[in-house]
Design a protein around this ligand. Structure first.
Ligand SMILES: C[S@@+](CC[C@H](N)C(=O)[O-])C[C@H]1O[C@@H](n2cnc3c(N)ncnc32)[C@H](O)[C@@H]1O
Length: 231
């Protein structure tokens, strides 16, 4: 494991597990979906991208193939060791990241903005603001509206594995504990993690406090957002 587990987060299954409960081998196996298409359509060709919480490069690798210059940040060295072709990999907590470079695009995907703790969320968003060019943009991936009510649910990926969101239970103060299962023919992983559902107003309020404002909701389900620095 890389460091101490975050409170309320847990992971089971083969190989290294990150502090937020993600299994490194699992993330090398999960297929990329529509994320690179959404990102490519939302940003300038060949943009410099700072990808926060890149994991094992599931999305990074597609972005690199499409000609983007990606700097990948993660607190897990085991995750970063899987990344190929990035301009740079940086091991750091997102909240305290201080690079001496600004980027055309900063990406905070994988629902990281829903962290249970409001101060951590504000820290993540301030990092986005600190590293984006004045004329650049920040791409954020939010949870879908029915994410916590449509449980249990499962999806069989064409690659031959099943992702099952088994439960989402309130644990107090507006935070939920989600239990996810990933079932492959030869291995099984689980992740339990804490997440805070955010209304559109909550979400936009947190952005505003970090000096960012929504420019556009990029997908019909409102999960992908492009924000701009507020001057
Ligand atoms: C759910 S995985 C997603 C990885 C990748 N974005 C993807 O879509 O495949 C979340 C990743 O974010 C990293 N992470 C979570 N919170 C972090 C933080 N506060 N600072 C740095 N890395 C973080 C974890 O180590 C993990 O690799």
């Amino acid at each position: 494991m890389s460091g101490q587990m975050r409170e309320g987060h847990q992971g089971t299954g083969p190989g290294a597990i990150t502090p937020d409960g993600c299994a490194v081998e699992l993330y090398t196996r999960l297929a990329v979906g529509s994320e690179p298409d959404i990102i490519e359509a939302a940003v300038p060709t060949g943009a410099s991208i700072l990808e926060l919480g890149s994991g094992a490069g599931r999305v990074t690798h597609s972005l690199v193939k499409r000609g983007f210059a990606v700097t990948a940040v993660d607190e897990s060295p085991e995750m970063l060791a899987q990344i190929k072709g990035a301009r740079r990999t940086v091991r750091s907590p997102i909240e305290t990241l201080e690079l001496d470079e600004d980027f055309d695009v900063v990406m905070l995907a994988s629902y990281l903005v829903h962290t249970g703790e409001n101060e951590v969320r504000d820290g993540l968003l301030r990092t986005c603001r600190r590293h984006v060019k004045d004329d650049g943009c920040v791409l954020i991936q939010r949870e879908g509206l029915d994410w916590h009510t449509r449980v249990p649910r499962e999806r069989v990926d064409p690659a031959g594995y099943t992702v099952r969101i088994a439960s989402s239970e309130p644990v107090g103060d507006g935070v939920n504990s989600v239990h996810a299962e990933y079932i492959f023919p030869d291995a099984r992983w689980t992740q339990t993690f804490r997440t805070r559902p955010l209304t559109k107003e909550d979400f936009e309020g947190h952005l505003g406090r970090a000096g960012l404002a929504v420019e556009a909701y990029l997908t019909d389900d409102g999960t992908w957002v492009r924000a701009r620095p507020v001057r």
